[in-house]
Design a protein around this ligand. Structure first.
Ligand SMILES: Nc1ncnc2c1ncn2[C@@H]1O[C@H](COP(=O)(O)OP(=O)(O)OP(=O)(O)O)[C@@H](O)[C@H]1O
Ligand SMILES: [Mg+2]
Length: 510
């Protein structure tokens, strides 16, 4: 089976053959990028010359006479050299801001089409100048596949074994779990994590997994936009929402090879709209636990960094990490906070929001990796219409305030969670007295009941305590009656009821 790395190498080879003038490889991993370029260029008999502002050009090919350490000299040499090289400019992005450099790039793009030379920008940041955007083909270097990571781990263990410093636990099942636990990291990061685990314990084994997972959590969070969320309760912790749970259970099987062979499409994702505190975030977490997939939470607000161009890079990076961990759940909480105004933001932020949004939609529609997207939102008015169109998400669910039966279930769940037997409470009465309460408010009433009982000689909480707590709460459904009613009206024709109380209505176009 070909790895994503192989696929990209084939694509780059094709682009070199087709004389694409400028490529951009977005990655933190220069060495891997250069290896990819060398492997793609070799069949065409072309060499790769790497340039950096500290070392100028290096590589086997013809070098410029004298110094070419300034960006302008480098570009001039590329323009003048008469070879067939692939010129890889490492970290060239800080120089895009110089007008002369941008102009030179543009001229080069025009000239290179008629040559056998190719310019490749290799950098973690792709903040391309507007004037050359159209001449540059942007590619993402995928993160290492499990096979590549296994290769790194094996080499490392072998070399340490030779020095007698480590007793290698050769158990392939363990190795596989270690490799899986490091998916999502760059090759260099993974190698460091392995080394650290080995230093920590020279009898590298099962006990090192928690350390490895903790390291990975740190590394992923360092980017600030992704959080690797520890798995918690599965769908059993979710009261009510039967239609949604049924849907999820039926989709659980759809990730297998078996399902692919049968002709089932890969599940794409869900959009959960609804009233605050009714279990949207809880659902996102429960899905990952239920399916036993890693859960990555993307901070949609943070994707929109302060610089134009950065946002796109942020999103690409997040998507790449998610894909390398696939099958995985990517959770976009409160999506309206990030994508709001994607439709009309052109003036406000020079169209960045709209552009990032568009590339997100494209990814959502075209992704081939099993990354299941769960997006949640409270305020539908802020959502761009394109997001709601068929084909983006598999389904849009509306999560309403819980009905009586659902409230009974939620009460039971939260009583049990606090080690109280629901059978000792009058659940039907409590459910009927909590009309208009959200799941979060019901949970709070249970907690309040415990607070009432505790100071009175640690007696057990009773139905009366929960009733008292309920009576003292003004539920959101009262303070926010109007927006909730509006949301319901909106959802009636556009989303499926997560509880299954209303029959599903066909989604309108647009
Ligand atoms: N259906 C439910 N079943 C069990 N517990 C629930 C349910 N709904 C809400 N809760 C409780 O309320 C808490 C808050 O819910 P959650 O964060 O999922 O709401 P939300 O819909 O994401 O709200 P928001 O729109 O404010 O983000 C949950 O952690 C859970 O303890
Ligand atoms: Mg939430």
């Amino acid at each position: 089976m070909s790895t994503p790395f192989d696929d990209l190498r084939a694509e780059v080879e094709l682009l070199l053959r087709a004389r694409y003038p400028i490529l951009a490889l977005s990655t933190f991993e220069e060495e891997r990028a250069l290896r990819l370029l060398r492997e793609a260029a070799a069949p065409l008999g072309r060499e790769v010359l790497a340039w950096s502002c500290t070392e100028g050009f290096r590589g086997d090919g013809a070098r410029p006479p004298g110094d070419a350490s300034t960006p302008r000299q480098a570009l001039e040499w590329v323009a003048r050299s008469d070879g067939r090289s692939v010129f890889a400019l490492l970290d060239f992005h800080p120089f895009f801001g110089e007008p002369a450099v941008a102009r030179q790039l543009r001229d080069l793009a025009r000239d290179l089409v008629r040559s056998y030379k190719t310019l490749v920008l290799v950098s973690p940041v792709l903040d391309l100048p507007r004037e050359v955007e159209k001449d540059v083909t942007v590619l993402d270097l995928p993160l290492p596949s499990p096979e590549e990571l296994d290769g790194i781990l094996t080499r490392l263990l072998q070399s340490l074994q030779r020095t007698g410093r480590v007793r290698v636990d050769a158990d392939p099942a363990l190795r596989e779990r270690v490799v899986r636990a490091t998916c999502g990291l760059t090759a260099a990061e993974a190698e460091n994590v392995y080394k650290k685990a080995i230093v920590h314990n020279s009898n590298f084994g099962e006990g090192d997994l928690p350390l490895i997972v903790a390291e990975k959590k740190q590394l992923i969070r360092r980017g600030d936009l992704l959080e690797y969320v520890e798995l918690g309760d599965d769908l059993g912790a979710l009261g009510g929402l039967d239609a949604l749970k049924g849907w999820l259970r039926s989709r659980a099987v759809a990730f297998s090879e078996d399902a692919r062979a049968y002709g089932l499409p890969q599940p794409r994702g869900l959009l959960l709209l609804g009233v605050q505190g009714c279990g949207k975030s809880l659902t996102a977490k429960a899905i990952a636990a239920q399916w036993n997939m890693p859960l990555l939470r993307l901070d949609v607000g943070a994707v929109f960094g302060s610089y134009v161009g950065q946002s796109e890079g942020n999103l690409r990076r997040a998507v790449r990490i998610a894909e390398s961990m696939a099958p995985a759940v990517l959770w976009l909480d409160e999506i309206e906070k990030g994508f709001a105004g994607a439709a009309g933001a052109a003036s406000a932020d020079s169209g960045t929001t709209a552009r990032v949004f568009a590339s997100f939609l494209t990814w959502l529609q075209e992704k081939r990796q099993p990354v299941f997207v769960v997006a949640t939102a409270n305020d539908v008015r802020a959502l761009p219409a394109e997001l709601l169109r068929k084909g983006r998400f598999d389904e849009i669910f509306f999560v309403d305030l819980p009905a009586e039966e659902e409230r009974r279930e939620i009460l039971g769940i939260h009583l049990r969670r606090r080690r109280r037997d629901p059978a000792t409470f009058d659940l039907p009465l409590l459910a009927s007295r909590s009309e208009g309460f959200s799941g979060a408010e019901i949970e709070q009433a249970v907690v309040d009941a415990l607070y009432r009982a505790f100071p009175e000689g640690r007696r057990e909480p009773t139905t009366a305590d929960v009733l008292a707590a309920l009576a003292e709460t003004v539920p959101l459904s009262r303070t926010m009656a109007e927006p909730i009613a509006a949301l319901r009206t909106w959802a009636a024709h556009r989303a499926r009821d997560a509880s299954g109380r209303r029959p599903p209505s066909p989604a309108p176009a647009g």
